[in-house]
Design a protein around this ligand. Structure first.
Ligand code: EPZ
Length: 418
């Protein structure tokens, strides 16, 4: 089992070229099932989740692989509707997107319930009720869902009780080849939704309103191939900035999109960090001492994203004063607090609220990554600790970050994978 060994206390300095967005690449890879022609995807991050998504495509009978560093080539000439195997479904949460895509292409699909990080119960009730509205019959048999649309998928008006990212994306994937018009009300507005819509439009889909609360999709007969570049990963960007805030020093992040990150950059400014941004670069200087921030409420976009909660919390462990978080999106997203406490952080968790009393120093400790973003939070805290930290279970971190130890050591961190 691999682990990261980090000797903290070293300031960061230098430039990071940001990876492509995991949470845009995954639904786009699933969307390629809808196109019979070749898809060329640039800026696709090489992370275990995109490798898993490619394995699902291969299992479905598609040709899929990475050509050079970050270009994926996919051709879904024939798609088998037998569905997706259990172990592939368990590899990650995003496998649920394939349901909408395979149904959109073939009208049938069999899946088991998706896996992924344990962030509290992660139901798919909204996904299933939306697909039923589009003419899909779903039968639960032995833990698997047998989905069929005997008369094909048809458009529907779908109000969402919560602007769920995955549900919005699954509906878009099922609707682009459906008969008629689909309207999603209270749709998620995340930038990754816009990226998926832009990709589908480049393949000939008819989509309006992506990024707003109302998305309209007019079904078309078929989609053609295209060449597309995935958007930058705003959460990976937030992670590296949090590492710099925690360790101290200066950082330039290029190939990013600051306009996707307003709510995150504001928090760094409240912490006393200095930021200067251009269209695709962030010039960042860690404030010293960092100031506590309160309250930080995780919200749907454009509010502060839940995916950035752990890494910002890590940076605030040594801030001057008391910081307070309210985690409003997932029930169980404070599993990194245990690891931070082992490093000497003073954190109280009460339900969805976490209270962080800034301490003067953190110490090296042995910890386990509890999930993807929690693991990244432990890395950020370890960079600011005195002594050596070991972080195990780093397969979670590898799900979303491309070579995190190489990126961080390229800007001065003392971090190795063993
Ligand atoms: C996406 O997950 C992201 N994953 C998550 O990023 C991100 O945290 C989340 O959106 C919120 O922004 C990908 O894009 C692959 P949701 P998703 O549906 O689609 C509840 C990361 O670290 N819900 O918006 O699963 C759900 O339980 C990952 O990169 C239902 O109740 O998020 C949760 O409490 C973690 N029923 C809330 O909605 C449903 O049918 C938000 O879920 C669907 C969701």
């Amino acid at each position: 089992m691999q682990k990261l060994v980090i000797n903290g206390g070293k300031k960061l300095g230098g430039e990071i070229v940001l990876q492509g967005a995991k949470n845009a690449a995954l639904p786009i890879i699933a969307a390629s099932v809808l196109c019979g022609e070749e898809i060329i995807l640039h800026n696709c991050p090489r992370i275990s989740d995109t490798y898993s998504a490619m394995r699902i495509l291969t299992y479905l009978g598609c040709r899929a692989g990475f050509e050079d560093k970050n270009t994926a080539v996919i051709k879904a000439e024939n798609v088998s509707a037998d569905g997706i195997s259990d172990e592939l479904m368990r590899e990650m949460r995003s496998s649920i997107f394939f349901l909408g895509a395979v149904l959109g292409r073939t009208g049938r699909c069999r899946i088991t319930l998706p896996g992924g990080c344990d962030l509290g119960p992660r139901p798919i009730d909204m996904h299933l009720s939306a697909l039923r509205k589009m003419g899909v019959t779903i039968r639960e048999e032995f833990g698997a869902l047998n989905c069929t649309a005997e008369n094909g998928l048809h458009g529907a008006k779908i109000p969402l009780s919560f602007p769920s990212v995955g549900t919005t994306e699954n509906i878009m994937l099922a609707a682009v080849l459906a008969e008629g018009t689909t309207v999603i009300h209270n749709a998620a507005r995340e930038p990754e939704i816009i990226d998926l819509a832009s990709f589908l439009t480049a393949c000939g889909a008819k989509i309006n309103g992506a990024g707003s609360g109302k998305i309209t999709i007019n079904g078309v007969k078929s989609l053609y191939g295209c060449e597309y570049t995935v958007m930058p990963d705003r959460i990976a960007c937030a992670t590296y900035l949090a590492c710099a805030a925690a360790a101290g020093g200066e950082l330039v992040v290029s190939d990013c999109r600051p306009s996707d990150m307003e709510s995150i950059l504001t928090v760094f400014e409240q912490m006393g960090c200095i930021l200067h941004t251009t269209g695709e670069k962030i010039y960042f200087s860690a404030g010293r001492p960092l100031k506590a921030v309160t309250p930080i409420r995780t919200m749907v976009y454009p509010g502060f994203p839940t995916d950035a909660q752990a890494v910002i919390m890590a940076a605030l462990c040594k801030a001057k004063g008391t910081s307070v978080f309210a985690e409003n999106i997932f029930e169980n997203r404070y599993k990194h607090v245990d690891g931070l406490r082992r490093m000497g952080a003073d954190i109280l968790v009460e339900g969805k609220v976490a209270v962080i009393e800034g301490v003067n120093r953190l110490y090296g400790a042995k910890t386990d990554a509890p999930d993807l973003r929690g693991g990244a939070g432990l890395v950020a805290a370890a960079l600011s600790a005195e002594g050596t930290c070991e972080i195990s279970n780093i397969h979670y971190i590898d799900r979303g970050y491309e070579e995190i130890e190489k990126v961080l050591s390229s800007v001065g961190a003392d971090i190795v994978r063993i």
